[in-house]
Design a protein around this ligand. Structure first.
Ligand SMILES: Cc1ncc(COP(=O)(O)O)c(C=O)c1O
Length: 317
């Protein structure tokens, strides 16, 4: 639980923290956000999240003058004040508070910035990774700019609630052509019949997941075949493996989609390996090598290499 929030330049107790009722984030969802995972006290993929934040601001034409260095200082300070070692830091920037009007307010209206940080339940995270999760599929009813990380999340909220009510951890959105776009707060992947990692290509219809990009880079580094092409619900249900990715849920195996079991109903070896490499640890054991179903030469490549510092992991000291 976050105890201290940063709001427009001040650190205040979370319980009393607030923004104006005229804030455009509250009135119109005219606001963007970003989430960094913190592991062992460090921000993961720090710069990639920062660039996506800048991109979201640009796309919405929110002029936010604070430098990256100043923002990092606030992120770190909020992390420190909340004693977060393994969790997330959340940042939201709205266009600011102004009398309600759909049209943008004048540039003299300063954007609102809020930062919070909290530790996450590590046992729940470990359980999800070890046991895998269930997902359900639902129609993608979102707008056509899902690449912008805006707080316009109502379809995601409703879908996630439906997932919870059906005993699933995540819901995958399916577009009108029958293809899975992504989850409510994660990207979606399968390992198809040709042992290829498949995930929808970057477009306006999905969030350009930072973890997605990192996992695909790791997979390519280990000579795994990656195809950025969407898959249908039917393809996912007969896939060898499926998994999701998000900053706080990197390569979490999916073991059931709707009522269908995925693969043998257990977390798949590729998702487990990607997760281990992403987190900078060795794959939990070599048994997995035999189970992976990969050609022997690929297995060697996957497992011979010591996990190295991931590309662009963080610039944080
Ligand atoms: C809709 C959606 N897709 C994908 C992701 C994964 O993005 P990232 O890996 O950058 O956390 C998120 C993360 O919150 C999300 O909300």
């Amino acid at each position: 639980m976050s105890r201290i929030a940063y709001v427009n330049g001040a650190y205040v107790p979370l319980a009393g923290a607030g923004v104006s009722v005229l804030d455009r984030g509250f009135q119109f969802a005219d606001s963007i956000y970003e989430v960094w995972a913190i592991r062992g006290g460090r921000l993961f993929d720090a710069d990639a999240h920062m660039s996506r934040l800048r991109r979201s601001l640009n796309e919405l034409r929110i002029h936010f003058p604070m430098s990256d260095a100043a923002l990092y200082a606030v992120l770190r300070d909020t992390q420190r004040r909340n004693r977060v070692t393994d969790g997330i830091v959340y940042l939201q920037i709205s266009r600011g508070a102004a009398p309600r009007d759909h049209v943008f307010p004048s540039l003299s209206v300063r954007p609102t910035i809020v930062v919070t940080a909290k530790n996450l339940d590590q046992s729940a995270i470990a359980r999800r990774a070890a046991q895998g999760i269930k997902v359900i599929t639902l129609p993608d009813t979102r707008w056509a700019r899902c690449d912008i990380k805006s707080v316009n999340l109502l379809p995601n909220v409703l879908a996630r609630q439906t997932a919870k009510e059906k005993g699933a951890f995540e819901a995958w959105f399916v577009d009108e052509a029958g293809f899975v776009t992504e989850g409510t707060s994660s990207n979606a992947f399968i390992v198809d019949a040709q042992n290829r990692i498949r995930t929808a290509a970057i477009s306006n219809h999905i969030l350009h997941g930072v973890t997605r990009a990192a996992l695909l880079a790791i997979a390519r580094d280990h000579q795994l075949k990656v195809v950025e092409e969407p898959f249908t619900t039917e393809e996912a249900k007969v896939a060898g493996e499926a998994f999701i990715s998000a900053a706080s849920n990197p390569a979490v195996p999916v073991v059931a989609i709707d009522a269908a079991q995925v693969g043998n109903g257990q977390p798949g070896p590729i998702a487990k390996a990607l997760r281990a490499f992403y987190l900078g640890a060795e794959p939990e054991n070599r048994r997995f090598e035999a189970e992976s179903g990969l050609a022997p030469e690929r297995r060697t490549l996957m497992f011979a290499a010591q996990p190295r510092a991931r590309r662009g992991a963080t610039k944080e000291a």
